[in-house]
Write a protein that binds this ligand. Structure first.
Ligand code: NDP
Length: 333
């Protein structure tokens, strides 16, 4: 059964007289800290000495070393990148927490795959916005909300749920709607979108580009037709607003007839896509991916550099640059 929470389920007074430490003043940390402060919550920032530290001070927050900020707080939102989180947690956060404190994660990854195991005396919750940091702030300022995946992973005090919901209300998530799930399910859905859906979609797009350019159509026109004009993004937005099938009503009858009659031909590629997606899903669920990634992080920087260099050398990158320039899109606009 799906459990959903909205504003009326949450009570901000649970956080009254309490101090909340936000560790990491980056994409999520800054947005959530500003929203919580505007919601009347007392927030202190725990951060290393870097540009984010200065930004937090410029935004008017008290900024302290991570361990100090956590030691004086009743609740901690750990908002550093997932890759460094186990080390930051072990060195700066865990030793500073006291029984009954609450620790909140914006991603289930490290708990789902056993890379962080909080002490049983703590309340441990998931508050994972389905929104980039800038959007978390913008939607809050505009009075709207955003969807969020939430869950109580460990309830030491018996108060973990109201405490979690108060945090959700403070950042603006209960305005949009919070759906309950485990850390493992949140991490799995997130990773599957990145590793299954995204790459499969990317291959379809690349196949179409290669086919059309190979058939002699100007690359700039192909890219504008497929996605650079923004028409495709508009259809996705309509899909979000009215539904995948119903958004077809916004297209011409020629478009509808063509996609319905030709669409069935592509049922033939369902089976191989499903097979690859199942492999990816199984690797995520079993923890195989997390184990592999933990062992690869030292080498990853070099891999990313090689991929960036290869990407810069791809014809597609040059085609996109030319198309953006020709049509005044993005920076070229
Ligand atoms: P960021 O990459 O923006 O980093 C957050 C902060 O952590 C930065 O200030 C960064 O400093 C600091 N930091 C980096 N390395 C260390 C370290 N070794 N020790 C201490 N601080 C460090 O993170 P995000 O906000 O993107 O992600 C935070 C959490 O939110 C993650 O769990 C992520 O999965 C989750 N999340 C992120 C979303 C997003 O939109 N990005 C969406 C939903 C959830 P510096 O800038 O100097 O590197």
């Amino acid at each position: 059964m799906t459990t959903l929470y909205h504003d009326s389920d949450a009570d901000l007074s649970v956080l009254e007289g309490r101090t909340l430490a936000i560790v990491g003043y980056g994409n999520q940390g800054r947005a959530q800290a500003l929203n919580l402060r505007d919601s009347g919550v007392s927030v202190v920032i725990g951060n290393i000495r870097d540009a984010a530290h200065e930004e937090a001070e410029a935004d008017g927050f008290e900024v302290r070393p991570i361990a100090e900020a956590c030691a004086d707080a009743d609740a901690v939102m750990l908002l550093v990148p997932d890759e460094v989180m186990p080390q930051v947690y072990a060195e700066g956060v865990a030793p500073a927490l006291r029984p009954g404190d609450l620790i909140s994660f914006a991603s289930g990854y490290n708990l789902a795959f056993g890379l962080i195991e909080p002490d049983p005396s703590l309340d441990v919750v998931l508050v994972a916005p389905r929104m980039i940091g800038v959007g978390v702030r913008e939607t809050f300022v505009e009075g709207r909300g955003f969807p969020c995946f939430v869950g109580v992973h460990q309830d030491a005090t018996g108060e973990a749920l109201p405490r979690m919901l108060a945090l959700c209300k403070g950042i603006g998530a209960t305005r949009g709607g919070c759906i309950e799930m485990s850390m493992h399910d949140e991490a799995t859905l997130d990773l599957f979108t990145e590793q299954g859906f995204g790459p499969a979609f990317g291959r379809v797009l690349m196949t179409a580009v290669e086919l059309l350019v190979g058939a002699g159509y100007p690359p700039e026109a192909v890219l504008v037709e497929l996605y650079l004009s923004g028409e495709f993004a508009y259809s996705l937005e309509k899909m979000r607003e009215v539904g995948m099938m119903k958004q077809m009503d916004f297209h011409s009858q020629t478009s509808q007839y063509g996609s319905i009659t030709r669409g069935a031909r592509f049922l033939a590629v369902d089976a191989p896509i499903r097979e690859k997606m199942t492999e990816v899903l199984e690797e995520i669920r079993s923890g195989k991916f997390a184990e592999e990634w933990s062992g690869q992080q030292e080498q990853a920087r070099e891999l990313f550099e090689r991929i960036r260099a290869a990407r810069d050398a791809m014809p597609m990158t040059e085609w996109e640059r030319r198309a953006r320039e020709a049509f005044g899109i993005g920076d070229a606009g």
